[in-house]
Write a protein that binds this ligand. Structure first.
Ligand SMILES: CC(C)(COP(=O)(O)OP(=O)(O)OC[C@H]1O[C@@H](n2cnc3c(N)ncnc32)[C@H](O)[C@@H]1OP(=O)(O)O)[C@@H](O)C(=O)NCCC(=O)NCCS
Length: 210
């Protein structure tokens, strides 16, 4: 495999990954043709997302929503791009305990701490200064916005979104595709696909990011 990584999505997240010091970026792929040939923070937009199938660099889906990342990964899988093509990026200031693991496609930005025996799935985005503690399990395509704190043995479901500075009490689960509002204090299990917010967190009528 050719060295280097392609960022997929000319997004705010891509700019954050660049700012966090990722090395070896060969370019950005984005379906907005108006961006092709332009530069984002010094990195050229080389072409469309589908071009990833015809290149050899590693890939990193830089789309803020887990559903968006899942769409890209599914699309590229249908074009023959398998999971082994995806890189993992952790900022130098992120600290990952040696008994914890982080899956391919995942992005850990500045100041993230992952302590003991935690498992971070594939294509997860963990924004700056999140704390993931012992035995936590973060499902594929989940997103933790800046400053999220998880107690021990918390499960975050696939493609769930946890808003800025929310915290989840130890032992609880946040369901797949659920949304937790910024600043929430989660004191009970959150079912799949629901939006909860507030202190203590409770279901938000009709709310949600998706
Ligand atoms: C919870 C959230 C998803 C709801 O978004 P929404 O569906 O657009 O909801 P609205 O902004 O229309 O607000 C609906 C109601 O919920 C309240 N509300 C919204 N967010 C809230 C929050 N985080 N905590 C408490 N109440 C909240 C609003 O005040 C409003 O109350 P009202 O009906 O009494 O007026 C959103 O506010 C949120 O917290 N998103 C996370 C943002 C984030 O972390 N961004 C990081 C970007 S990197």
């Amino acid at each position: 495999m050719t060295s280097g990584v392609l960022l997929i999505g000319a997004s705010g997240l891509a700019r954050e990954v660049l700012a966090a010091g990722i090395r070896g970026v060969a370019g950005i792929l984005d379906d907005d043709e108006a961006l092709h040939g332009t530069e984002i923070d010094g990195v050229r937009v080389l072409g469309s997302v589908a071009d990833a199938a015809n290149r050899e660099e590693s890939l990193l889906a830089c789309v803020g929503s887990g559903a968006g990342r899942r769409t890209i990964v599914d699309r590229l899988r249908q074009a023959g791009v398998d999971e082994s093509r995806y890189a993992t990026f952790a900022a130098d200031s992120a600290r990952i305990g040696r008994s914890s693991d982080v899956g391919s496609g995942s992005i850990l930005l500045e100041g993230v701490v992952v302590t003991a025996h935690a498992s971070v799935g594939h294509h997860v985005v963990v924004m700056p200064n999140c704390t993931i503690t012992h035995d936590d399990e973060i499902g594929d395509f989940a997103t933790l916005a800046a400053g999220v704190s998880l107690g021990g043995t918390v499960r975050i479901g696939e493609a769930a979104y946890v808003g800025m500075n929310a915290c989840v009490r130890e032992g609880l689960s946040v369901g797949a595709d659920a949304t937790i509002g910024m600043g929430a204090v989660v004191l009970a299990d959150v079912p799949n696909a629901q939006t909860w917010a507030g202190v203590p967190a409770a279901p938000l009528r009709g709310g949600g990011l998706r």
